[in-house]
Design a protein around this ligand. Sequence first.
Ligand SMILES: *[C@@H]1O[C@H](CO)[C@@H](O)[C@H](O)[C@H]1NC(C)=O
Ligand SMILES: *[C@@H]1O[C@H](CO)[C@@H](O)[C@H](O)[C@H]1NC(C)=O
Length: 301
Amino acid sequence: MGANVGIICVLFLLATQTVGVPAFAPWKKLHVPWKKHSKGKIIQKNQALPINSIFKLPAPVTNSWPPGGNFASGTIDLGGLQVCEASTFNKVWGTYGGGPDDQGFSIFEPSGVPKGFSMLGSYSQPNNKPLSGYVLVAKDVSTNTSNPSLKQPLDYTLVWNSASLEIDQDGPIYVWLPIAPNGYKAVGHVVTTTPTKPSLEKIMCVRLDLTDQCETNSFIWDSDNFNFLDVRPSNRGIQAPGVRVGTFVAQNASLNSPSIACLRNTNAIPKYMPNLPQIKAILQVYSPVMSLLLEQISFNL
Ligand SMILES: *[C@@H]1O[C@H](CO)[C@@H](O)[C@H](O)[C@H]1NC(C)=O
Ligand SMILES: *[C@@H]1O[C@H](CO)[C@@H](O)[C@H](O)[C@H]1NC(C)=O
């Protein structure tokens, strides 16, 4: 039985990994010298880029699991900070050259954020893949009102803008890093299409004890030693409390560590874990089917 549980856990991890975030190699390994986008090249902005379609699994997946507990309830409480995944987006901006396959990249904001939840950062990915990501949005559910889990930024720093770049783009983009109050940290960027600073209500910063160190992961795009990168928690694994937010970081290539953080789970999670009937249902849906030719196998029981 012990071995069975172990196998089920491994399968569960594999199963969730196949549907979760694709495992990227560190971006540096992927960073081949991308073709420089040739100026004056005519690009139809509405051409059929992969990102214009939404990623779908080859077969539809049920979202009605056997009942019990808080598994698959759509939100999780990380300890006074409730988060849920936003996977529908409004596109803010795109550029159509450079990056993987020389197809450029796009930046999105979560749309349809549930009432009471706030944006923690924008989403970005290269245009050469179907739209497939999510960002977490968060709600302060802490009980101590003098120690909120979320606070508005004090101000913003403009970290990059594309106004002077000769690239195929949807007008200029301005990328802002929130300046967090003391004891808080930004976990994502805000972008605008005008030089006017975004409203301080646009995004929330997270209390330090609910953040964890993150690292750059996959390459999205670069220009003159300025990088757009996906980030993930530095400490990963079954016991690791780091939580991926789904946001990107935009920063000078000379910086080694990201200017933003990931989230950190400070709560016990058993009530969010699947029970046995739910695990069985997950395996039914997600596990690969292996066919063996029995006559070629000698059993040794
Ligand atoms: C509430 O937070 C404040 C500020 O961190 C702290 O001094 C105080 O002890 C907390 N109160 C409770 C009841 O935890
Ligand atoms: C990146 O940093 C270097 C060294 O600090 C600086 O010279 C360069 O202008 C920066 N590039 C951008 C795009 O900010």
